[in-house]
Ligand binder design. Sequence first.
Ligand code: SAH
Length: 319
Amino acid sequence: MKYTLDKIADLLNLEDFSEVYSEADRIRKENVGDIVHIRAILEFSNYCRRKCKYCGLNCTNKNIKRYRMSSEEIISAAYEAAENGYKTIVLQSGEDAYYTPKILGEIVKNIKKSGIDITLSTGEMDYDSYAYLKECGADRYLLKHETAEESLYDYLHPCGTLEERIQCLKNIKKLGYETGGGFMIGLPNQTSETLAKDIMLLREIGCDMAGIGTFISHPSTALKDCPQGSTEITKRAVALTRIVMPEINLPATTSLGVIDIKEKNDVFSCGANVIMQKVTPSKYKFLYEIYPSKLSETDVKLQRINLENQIKSLNRIPL
Ligand code: SAH
């Protein structure tokens, strides 16, 4: 079947989606197998220079306490993750100029010695900075395009354009990073056509992974009164992305887990093959509030074991 924009938009609106879910699950199994990749995520700074209207970390939010982890703290948290079986660590932050490419590069080089793979998720940078961090040993880069609808993108992002965002993703791809894109479900004025465009943009960029997350409003942002996105539509978008891009890595995004833990299992049966687990030390974790969520204290060892067991109970293979 040829998946055009119209076709994808129609499928998203189907009354009964169960056949599409089965097809996505079959394609997942055939192309990426039963392994679920567990990625550690370390949120090392909540400072941000941007004003993204949906995000609790945006610099106009004066209601949060800001923190930065030192290089030593970041490196030691990454080693703890590696020692507890994680094969990848995602280093994420707001766009915080304090961490220059030089500083980040040293952190990357140090962590690489542990043997763990590194995904960076630190926002937009120029070509040379991405190139330098790649040289230092970063393996992957995660930068969601957020929405492929230009007018919506402009409204949500007073600090940047969709064109700049896409150029960053193309640079990341060109430099040989495993490239992660993604978008949110349930943004104001979003339509099925918008979501179809989002999925097609992932394909156009050639994304190797995609985080598709449900929008959850944050009380200290301009979108505080907007309703939460639909978890059902989120799962449908995950399934259709799997069908259109059979070999892509698709996380069961944390925003789904936040809403209903049981739904996470659902996402695994409709195309997802990745899960992220926070390893951010508790004293910082609660301050990294992109959207409100119920979090428990971090216990790297125990939470890794629990997650492995949950994955095994779904007859999937944790890695
Ligand atoms: N500063 C980095 C990464 C931090 S934000 C960057 O720009 O890439 C990580 C992701 O959280 C964003 O890409 C966005 O998709 C998601 N996010 C932000 N606010 C959200 C909200 N209110 N609900 C759901 N997801 C949100």
